[in-house]
Write a protein that binds this ligand. Sequence first.
Ligand SMILES: [Zn+2]
Length: 409
Amino acid sequence: MKSIRVISGIVALLLMSLSSQVSAVAGDGLVRDVRLWTAPDHSRLVFDLNQKIEYKVFPLHNPERIVIDMERTQLKANLNSLQLPDPVVQSIRHGKPTSGTLRVVMDVKERVQPRTFLLKPMQGKPYRLVVDLSRPEQAKQAAMRSGESRAKKGLVIAIDAGHGGEDPGAIGPRKLYEKTVTLAVAKELAKIVDATPGMNAVLIRNGDYFVPLKKRVYLARKAKADMMISIHADAVRQRNVEGSSVYTLSERGATQDRAARALAAKENAADEVGGVEFDTVDDPMVTQILGDMFRRDSLNSSQILAESIIGKLKHAGPVKYSAPKRARFFVLGAMEIPSVLVELDYISNPAREKKLKSRDHQKKLASALFNASVSFFQKMGRLKSTPDQAMLPADSATALQYAVSEQGL
Ligand SMILES: [Zn+2]
């Protein structure tokens, strides 16, 4: 094998010297695109590659830099297109330390630990080299903000905007990304929740970056959420399909519903598209065995929450299934927290895509999710009911009338 590589290397060199005008020699690695995603606790640089390459990543100090050496690779992307500086990366440049080697140097603002991995082609994405720069200090602070140190006031709703960063989710005919819609609706919902006395929102994702599924579950647990809503938008080939659907966790995954099973498989693939190298999240709860009764109780609560959401979504737009469905969604893994996954609509339907893009409709959807949450908490005896429950306004300013009961806090 080694000799073959050496020979092919020599051939490549010969070819290169023979035709210096040729921009790329067959067999060479090419960086075709580059993207930078900024998350609260790390920045992620992604290189699109035409093939698998050999690479090395290492830090240099005084000043702090991260060096990425890609063997037999050429740059065909524009590094100047990156939005810089970001909280970690000050600037980025490239050079050729030796013939054939592409060196990318990032000037970083503080000492950071790089973590790199190569992603195989999948769902239309090519080979990708991922370089994660996590910030120990900021990471700690971010964790503290969303975690235990945050005094728990009232009921906490974990709002999970599906996909993000490298993972666009479903893409509409007019190129609207699922990740954009989910974040917009999540933020609208958080606004209403946070303006409601006795309620707090925790946004699992707060920008355009990817959060691994396991980490989403972990963040909801860390925030001691009383409920979790994972927001998505579906897509199918037939463009006329429309309507929302709501899902809860199927414990064993042995769901009879093929469509639900296919959907879960699609949503569960997010980690591979978004880019997860290995388990970077340590969640002791995952290994904890939950008692049967406890689990059943929580699954029942999720069912009630799901029904409540369908009831309210009916007023915001078409509903695909009038009853919740079940499948094994990884993101619903916190079995002690009532959790649902909502597919807001079909982004593959041009008319619905247009709706999903509209700010007014996003607000309408967020209000429906909020009203459903309130009615769920009331049913569970955790919020006091008022006589005009159905009149709960979309704008939460008047939701002040809803006093949080002492019970369950
Ligand atoms: Zn999705």
